[in-house]
Design a protein around this ligand. Structure first.
Ligand code: NAD
Length: 436
């Protein structure tokens, strides 16, 4: 099927490449010419495991091309909208400028029977508004939220754990469902559940899923705060409660909390939208979820200060990680970088290392020192702070090796990912999050 994907960032580029890999003819469209140039050459403009292979195969005769000309969307049966919906500068609400601009630019190129499928994460009610904007074209607007995880985006797109499609009532909606079933036929055949809802439910599925995940993380981080004043160990606590299947082990790891381009801005946008709907109190807890999350970053900084005897001034602190999570170069609202910047603000000589995100981090925070080589970064550090759970830092950094690089013996484990006993046995003062 001929498809267009408008907005080729973390979501759109992967979606375009994945759809081409299952046999569709795909045009990816973005306003960022640098991204289009890279993608057209089969190069991923960001770090995402497996994406380069798909792009390479797709652009070399595999039915995948990229352009900055929206007119080339004409003739596609489905137009996926994957542009950004960041937080507004001066409020918690989502900035829908890019979504409206993309849809308005698309309108002159739509033909009757086309399906416009929103994938961006939007406040509930956006799809209804967009439906009126495209009404005169004879195209149908549906919402098909995306649940991919950065770092696993290719797999999540090709083998989604569920597909959700919100459609309008009536024949047009039913026809759009049939079209999307065809688009996603391989995944459906592979067992991915395909759920059809109304527009509002589909929009809400996405934000409520993220609200739940954020709440789970902040719940265990709240328990970490209690553990810290009682001498309890939140890691053991999480393990013990996680055996209860109703609770589950996933997303129950205390640390410096969540970040990235989705969870923080999505829970804030949800709060803002609920306020607009007169139901602010229904999700008032999300404010606390956000606050708990931000407090944990400060806690990690405090542990470094404590570990270094009350001041980090002019001490060399090596921050292991910059990306908001491993297997990604995404630094949007990264807790890792936030910790680094706060330490720098306290006068520490901060060195940041990361296997994938240094270039992005340097662009936004040029005041920090960046060293690509992990061991060089660690050399002569007074303290190490693990903030992103890359295997390079968590599994592949034996404490004895760290000891050979520096006389510093303070390690703050912002992700509770290190073997505390091993680091202590090697002579390090180990500080975890919510652990004695
Ligand atoms: P991104 O910033 O990486 O990509 C957005 C892209 O849209 C950019 O390349 C930008 O140049 C392009 N764009 C902006 N305006 C445009 C226009 N008028 N026409 C064409 N292109 C335009 O963002 P992202 O992480 O890919 O997220 C996109 C949306 O998907 C957001 O709503 C996000 O919440 C949602 N989402 C993201 C993820 C994720 O893991 N990144 C997962 C699920 C949902």
């Amino acid at each position: 099927m001929k498809l267009s994907v408008i907005g080729c960032g973390y979501l759109g580029a992967v979606h375009a490449a994945a759809m081409a890999s299952i046999g569709h003819e795909v045009v990816g469209i973005d306003v960022d010419q640098r991204k289009i140039d890279a993608l057209s050459k089969g190069e991923a403009p960001f770090f995402e495991p497996g994406l380069t292979d798909l792009l390479d195969a797709g652009t070399k005769g595999g039915g995948l091309r990229f352009t900055s000309d929206i007119a080339e969307a004409r003739g596609s049966r489905v137009h996926f909208i994957g542009v950004g919906t960041p937080q507004q500068k001066d409020s918690y609400a989502a900035d829908l400028t890019y979504v409206y601009a993309a849809v308005d630019a698309l309108v002159p190129h739509l033909t009757p029977g086309d399906v416009v499928a929103g994938k961006s994460t939007v406040p509930v009610g956006t799809a209804a508004e967009l439906s009126t904007r495209i009404a005169s074209t004879g195209a149908t607007l549906v919402w098909n939220p995306e649940f991919l995880r950065e770092g696993w985006a290719v797999k999540d797109t090709l083998e989604p754990d569920r597909l959700v499609v919100g459609v309008p009532e009536g024949e047009a909606g039913a026809a759009a469902v049939a079209v999307l079933r065809e688009v996603y036929a391989p995944a459906i055949a592979n067992g991915s559940p395909f759920l059809v809802t109304d527009l509002a439910t589909a929009e809400l599925v996405k934000v409520s899923a993220n609200a739940f995940l954020a709440t789970k993380i902040s719940f265990i981080n709240a328990m970490a705060e209690i553990a810290e004043v009682t001498g309890a160990d939140v890691s053991k606590l999480a393990e013990a409660i996680g055996y209860d299947e109703r609770i589950g082990r996933q997303f129950l790891k205390a640390g410096i909390g969540f970040g990235g381009g989705c969870l923080p801005k999505d829970i804030r946008a949800f709060s803002a939208r609920a306020e607009e709907l007169g139901r602010g109190e229904s999700v008032a807890f999300l404010r606390q979820v956000d606050e708990i999350n931000l407090r944990r970053r400060e806690r990690a900084v405090q542990l470094v200060v404590d570990g270094l005897g009350g001041s980090v001034f002019e001490k060399k602190v090596t921050v292991l990680g910059a990306a908001f999570k491993p297997h990604s170069d995404d630094i949007r609202d990264s807790p890792a970088l936030d910790v680094a910047v706060r330490l720098h603000g306290l006068g520490a000589n901060v060195t940041v290392t990361d296997p994938a995100a240094i270039e992005n981090a340097r662009r936004i925070h040029p005041q920090l020192t960046y060293v690509e080589d992990r061991d060089e970064a660690i050399r002569d550090a007074d303290a190490l702070v693990l903030v992103t759970e890359w295997d390079e830092y968590r599994r592949q950094l034996p404490p004895e090796h760290a000891s050979s690089l520096t006389d510093g013996r303070v390690v703050v484990d912002g992700r509770n990912g290190l073997d505390a006993a091993a680091w202590r046995a090697a002579g390090w003062a180990y500080y975890g999050m919510g652990r004695p």
